[in-house]
Design a protein around this ligand. Structure first.
Ligand code: PHE
Length: 444
């Protein structure tokens, strides 16, 4: 099931039965690597999370695995591709206020009721969400914070965060992912709307092929409280903003297409989903629409009209950085995170998931001169692709003889299989003897 389709009107029949562990009593106490305070505790009567105590009931289906992710905040780890993408998106909406620190622990009122998601809507089911109890969930989308954003008084804002959904397991689905929500409103006044649209259209026309044959129809209507003219203007504003952002995100891509398709969300009307044609396939990237006026009114903004969008960050990051598996974003392996730099999109270089085997070699040099590259070349010649790194760990001169001794650490690791210690010992022996013969060193 597609991520953004969760809030669509069609009944979605979950393939999944009630999760294992529902109602079971287990206690766990865990510290995150990223904070010094204990994050959570699942007791028999209550769940503690970041100091908040939440009673359990028959709705409770929260798991330790998912709770252990709450404080990771990948969208705020500067080197993580999720955060890099978030910042690139933010840079497209320069005068928007950003909210990136709202807690993912929200009420069902925030996640569903405030957004007019019907009581019997399939997106509310226990098999689709992580409930602390019947009134408290891990947010399933950043839309849960729309009213908080509006309450802040900002007319344009972005909200990013980790969101949680029970879902299928494959290389592009994970129970936690990240979204960014955009929200924008203006006076519901035709001349002001026209002026603002003109202002953004004047900036630049995104050089991108846009396929949009959506028309307003009964299944995806204007809201009765809006004039078609106002909706057309605010929609044009939304579409232009999104098309430009996509063009900028995929700056290097020549054959880029954006497709707008009709959708349904209880919190917007008309509503659209956006797909991007990238390297031969359509990627569904966001849901959007003209904000349900009841939400605006709830915030005391009866005279305003707005648009909103919600976009998943993982899928974008996977295609832009060439990351093949969604679990990699959570990797604490330096070989993953060290490949990325804030503000930059670069292609991920795969590394092995097999364990390393480390061997040291030290020797006395016959003379002072030494060319490390020749040594590395020789090691590669003997060991092939199984060598991952060669690192000088000691360079020592004997005080009396003034002979120089070097010690290298060779890290052996296969990209595609487990290697045995015996196998590596044999290679290391060969390296030793070839180094000795070739460079005339004295092995230690
Ligand atoms: N919250 C929706 C989802 O996660 C996306 C969305 C946000 C749609 C804002 C419209 C407006 O599927």
């Amino acid at each position: 099931m597609l991520r953004n389709s969760r809030y669509l009107k069609q009944a979605v029949i979950s393939k999944y039965s009630a999760p294992a562990g529902c109602g079971s009593v287990f206690s766990i106490f865990q510290r995150s690597l990223y904070s010094t305070a204990p994050d959570f505790e699942i007791g028999s009567n209550e769940t503690k999370i970041n100091g908040q105590v939440i009673a359990r009931d028959e709705w409770t289906n929260i798991t330790p695995t998912v709770l252990s992710k709450v404080n990771r905040k990948l969208h705020l780890q500067p080197q993580n591709p999720i955060s890099i993408i978030r910042q690139l998106i933010e840079s497209n909406f320069q005068d928007f206020k950003t909210y990136n620190e709202f807690s993912p622990v929200v009420t069902t009122k925030q996640n569903f009721d405030d957004l007019y998601i019907p009581k019997d809507h399939p997106s509310r089911t226990k098999s689709d969400n992580y409930y602390f109890n019947k009134d408290t969930v891990l947010r399933a989308h950043t839309s849960a914070h729309q009213l908080q954003g509006l309450a802040s008084g900002a007319e344009k804002f972005l909200i990013s965060g980790d969101v949680y959904r029970r879902d299928e397991i494959d290389s592009s689905h994970y129970p936690v992912f990240h979204q960014i929500e955009g929200f924008f409103y203006l006076d519901n006044d035709i001349s002001k709307l026209q002026a603002d649209l003109k202002r953004i259209l004047a900036k630049e026309t995104p050089n991108i092929e846009v396929i949009d044959d959506t028309i307003i129809k009964p299944e995806n209507p204007y809201q009765s409280c809006h004039t078609p003219e106002a909706v057309d203007l605010i929609s044009a504003h939304l579409k232009h903003s999104i098309n430009s952002m996509i063009r900028n995100l995929f700056a290097d891509e020549k054959d880029l297409k954006v497709r707008w398709i009709d959708a349904y969300f209880p919190f917007t009307s008309p509503s659209w989903e956006v797909e991007i044609w990238y390297k031969g396939e359509w990627l569904e990237v966001l849901g959007s629409g003209v904000v349900n006026q009841k939400i605006m009114n709830q915030a005391g903004l009866e005279n305003k009209i707005g648009w909103a969008f919600g976009m998943g960050l993982e899928r974008l990051a996977m295609v832009l950085f060439g990351i093949p598996d969604i679990r990699l974003f959570w990797s604490e392996d330096r070989r993953f995170i060290d490949q990325f730099t804030p503000g930059k999109i670069n292609k991920f270089v795969p590394f092995s998931k097999y364990p390393p085997c480390i061997k040291d070699i030290s020797f006395w040099l016959p003379e002072d001169e030494w060319h490390e590259n020749d040594f590395c070349e020789l090691v590669r010649g003997v060991a092939g692709d199984i060598v991952e790194t060669v690192e000088l760990i000691d360079d020592f001169r004997h005080p009396k003889t003034s002979q120089r001794s070097l010690c290298y650490r060779i890290n052996y690791r296969s990209m595609d299989r487990n290697v045995t210690n015996d196998e590596i010992n044999e290679i290391q022996e060969k390296v030793r003897s070839v180094v000795q013969d070739e460079f005339n060193v004295k092995l230690r």
